[in-house]
Design a protein around this ligand. Structure first.
Ligand SMILES: O=C[C@H](O)[C@H](O)COP(=O)(O)O
Ligand SMILES: C=C(OP(=O)(O)O)C(=O)O
Length: 431
């Protein structure tokens, strides 16, 4: 079960095969920025990271649920109180509903305060005959389709650091306000894609263990989870709870090797497997669940029903159909029911803004609506109404809904905590 790799070091990823990492023209400028970031305070504390690991361990053992969500690509221009507050309140409402229905703790993890780097399918983007490098997230280059904006700029990493710090500060204040009525803990996460930045955020505890202080929970994407790759190498050495995205092509053998490397001591809470098969391939999940259960591996299973369900309209707009998202979530829950394993959480791209980026849902967002309410810099997000409707599906499907929690809370009425909150909070006060 144990991995027999060569010793890990903060820079050992640099000699592994590198995918999705940008090239910087001016290495001296890059090194200066990284040195400055390395000298700054870490964004999250080791004690907070450890607390999240222990909560995730409980969830892995069937006690609780993880609600992870936020933007596809967090943008520098969305760094404002209203957008952060609406994100926070949406997750709070969803968690309250799940917690009330399940009588289980719900751990909230925002895809925020660091979700600034994106893997892309293609290195170049072509618009009206002009080809430019693809947008890779605000900490790497700019979203505008202009030559200058699409150049990589290391200074963007420092901007990302400060915007993440400001977002975290505001999230902490929102959470401490909410905790006056006992909302529990809130954690942050992002894809650990831009490894030079992540390396500069490392910190050691008194026993010499390494933690990555850029966020509480970090994950490896579907495009960068190669066993011989730099991203797997980097994250295997940090003690944060980590996730790995799994698309429909992952084999049982490949997954077991990944678990060997990422969770060699078989610790609960350490590793989350985030399944993103797409509705059409979710039927492959039961075999995988069975195999990992038979092997006795301590993992937390989470469903990302977004990333395997991308489609494009005839006009080339990236979208997702709410019905496919719902179908994949249902398939995920069915698979766990069949095998007897615990469906530990959901991972969603969503926003507290009233966008129209995903099709369908209660308001039946149409292709024509995409032209008027599409703000995402990368992939389409659920709006609050769609997010709450999906939460209702989840609650009903878990078969845990109490009568008072079976219908979604209307998004407009979400400002205060719903009455159902008390049960959820009760657990948080005990941890
Ligand atoms: O969020 C996930 C990926 O970064 C995104 O789906 C990539 O999109 P692309 O296929 O348009 O590059
Ligand atoms: C890129 C992402 O997902 P995936 O790696 O599953 O495609 C993401 O969650 O932003």
């Amino acid at each position: 079960m144990f991995s027999n790799r060569t010793p890990w070091s903060p820079s050992s990823w640099q000699s592994m095969s590198q995918r999705q990492l940008p090239h910087y023209q001016d290495d001296a400028a890059l090194q200066q920025v990284l040195a400055r970031i390395q000298s700054y305070p870490r964004l999250v504390a080791i004690s907070e990271i450890r607390r999240l690991t222990s909560r995730m361990a409980r969830v892995a053992h069937g006690r609780g649920f993880i609600l992870q969500g936020g933007d596809c690509a967090e943008s520098f221009s969305d760094f404002c109180p209203k957008i952060i507050r609406q994100h926070y309140h949406l997750l709070q409402q969803m968690a309250a509903m799940i917690g009330a229905a399940s009588h289980q703790p719900v751990v909230r993890i925002g895809r925020i305060a660091g979700q600034y780097a994106k893997p892309r399918s293609s290195a170049m983007e072509c618009v009206a005959g002009q080809e430019l490098p693809s947008y890779r997230g605000d900490m790497i280059n700019g979203a505008e389709f202009q030559e200058q904006a699409r150049q990589t700029d290391p200074l963007r990493m420092e901007t990302a650091y400060f915007k993440a710090a400001g977002s975290l500060n505001y999230l902490r204040s929102l959470n401490s306000e909410a905790n006056a009525s006992r909302a529990g803990s809130y954690f942050t996460s992002h894809e650990a894609l831009l490894l030079p930045y992540e390396q500069s955020m490392l910190e050691q505890d008194a026993m010499g263990n390494w933690y990555c202080g850029s966020g509480h929970f970090l994950w490896i994407g579907e495009r960068t989870r190669a066993l011989d790759g730099a991203h797997v190498e980097f994250l295997r050495g940090v003690c944060n709870p980590i996730g790995v995205k799994l698309g429909p092509t992952v084999s049982r053998e490949e997954l077991i090797r990944l678990i060997d490397v990422l969770n060699p001591f078989n610790e609960a809470g350490r590793l989350t497997l985030i399944v993103r098969n797409g509705a059409a391939h979710i039927d492959r999940l039961p075999k995988l669940l069975e195999a990992i259960q038979l092997e006795g591996r301590e993992v937390l299973w989470m469903c990302d029903p977004m990333h395997g369900n991308g489609i494009q309209t005839a006009d080339g707009i990236k979208t997702r159909d709410f019905a496919s998202i719902q179908a994949e979530l249902n398939g995920f829950l069915d698979a766990h029911r069949k095998i007897g394993t615990h469906p530990g959480g959901v991972h969603l791209e969503l926003t507290g803004l009233n966008v129209s980026e995903c099709l369908g849902g209660p308001s039946k967002v149409s292709e024509a609506d995409l032209a008027t309410g599409y703000l995402s810099a990368c992939d389409p997000r659920l709006n609050p109404e769609q997010a709450m409707a999906l939460t209702a599906t989840l609650v009903n499907q878990l078969g845990l809904a109490s009568e008072r929690a079976t219908s979604p809370i209307a998004p407009k009425a979400q400002v205060g905590l719903p009455a159902v909150h008390a049960q959820h909070l009760d657990w948080e006060s005990r941890v």
